[in-house]
Design a binder for this molecule. Structure first.
Ligand code: HEM
Length: 354
């Protein structure tokens, strides 16, 4: 990668404490949204610099991703990153990977949760007037990196140099090189049902032994286990930074699935294998205990792009100029609604009433 391109902190490991948050822009004049967007781009750079100076050993960082609708609303240039489209839900015979809107995504990490809290607070000071916080999950490292279901999560992630290869966009998209595609899903687990399974059955769900974290042999691993279906080949990997979360009062125990990838296509292949199954019908047994409540795709710009976005002069060589900043955000939202109606009608599903 060229030395003048620096990714946000997408290649790091899971961390200890995290806050994941998603914000959706309100229907306000585009210029107002664009102003706030520029401020938040500058803030993200500031927060990372500040954390590095003040808490150098804390693994603190803030990574911001931009959703497809936000890309249009704040008038970023066309063509947008090639795969930055609304995530289309994947419906299997039994379970569905739902699609939900996400305009801006923040992934805050630190050893000390006070730092995550402070970063989240600064972000909300800028965004709360112009956007709605639609999701906030506080994730924590559970024992030795286990999901709340009790199995270590992340072992087969790419390591070392492989992380940049699989986690960052390369020469296939020169204008967006060094950035990443980011895909997130909030899963809620039926912990009671999972824990009621004998240990050997739990291990068959993942295709791994729980205590040793060792993978089952191919002869023993069930074809509907998570590791059999999520593994789509040694050349197709992603960086997973999942974190567990748990709330006793609402009985919401879950996993925040978060992946950075050089191409979204790899994530999509994994999702199809899990939800539709391979062969179709042989879906991921993990889904019998896990329900996807959200699903959104983002593009994570490099630090250099963030910097130029913060001053409103992010352009692409050979690309169309910045979008019309006088476009009202409601126009973008209404256009989306029209697109959806056309799509549904073409599928014979009827129409949406506005
Ligand atoms: C319910 C949420 C999920 C949980 C609790 C979970 C947990 C796990 C665990 C415990 C492993 C085995 C250890 C390892 O990390 O290598 C694993 C592997 C893996 N997961 Fe997930 N996962 C979830 C969702 C997903 C999703 C949505 C994807 C992809 C879209 C995915 C992709 C993978 C991949 C690629 C592997 C490595 C497979 C291999 O090469 O053996 N996971 N996951």
């Amino acid at each position: 990668m060229a030395s003048n391109v620096h990714p946000q902190n997408v290649l790091d490991y899971h961390g200890t404490n995290t806050i994941f948050s998603v914000w959706n822009f309100k229907q306000l004049p585009a210029q107002q949204l664009k102003d706030a967007f520029e401020k938040v781009c500058a803030l993200v750079i500031n927060l990372n610099h500040s954390a590095a100076i003040r808490f150098p050993d804390n693994g603190a960082s803030c990574v911001m991703g931009i959703g497809p609708m936000a890309w249009q609303i704040v008038g970023l240039p066309h063509p947008a990153p090639r795969e930055l489209n609304d995530f289309k839900e994947i419906a299997g015979a039994k379970y569905t990977a739902v699609a939900t809107r996400g305009d801006l995504h923040f992934h805050l990490r630190a050893l000390n949760s006070s730092i995550c809290y402070d970063m989240a607070l600064e972000i909300s000071k800028i965004l709360s007037a112009v956007a709605d916080p639609v999701e906030e999950v506080h994730g924590f490292r559970y024992w030795d990196g286990r999901s709340i279901l009790g199995f270590v999560d992340g072992t087969e992630n790419p390591q070392g140099d492989q992380r940049a290869y699989f986690g960052l966009i390369g020469d296939q998209e020169p204008a967006y090189k060094g950035g990443s595609y980011l895909f997130v899903q909030k899963y809620i687990h039926d912990l009671q049902a999972f824990k009621a399974l004998p240990l050997e059955e739990q291990e068959k769900v993942f295709g791994r032994y729980r205590d040793s974290d060792v993978e089952m042999s191919d002869e023993l691993k069930p074809s509907n286990s998570h590791s059999a279906l999520a593994n789509v080949g040694d050349d197709l990997k992603i960086i997973r930074d999942n974190m567990p979360f748990g709330n006793m009062s609402t009985n919401e125990m879950g996993t925040y699935f978060i992946a950075y990838a050089s191409t979204f296509d790899t994530v999509n292949k994994m999702l199809i294998n899990m939800f539709v199954g391979d062969p179709p019908g042989n879906y991921d047994r993990l889904l019998d205990f896990s329900t996807a409540k959200t699903g959104s795709l983002f593009y994570v710009p490099t630090l250099e792009m963030l910097d130029s976005m913060s001053s409103g002069d992010f352009t692409l060589s050979g690309a169309a100029p910045l979008g019309d900043t006088n476009v009202d955000a409601s126009e973008v939202l209404n256009n989306k609604k029209t697109e959806l109606v056309v799509e549904l009608q073409s599928l014979g599903i009827g129409s949406l009433k506005s």
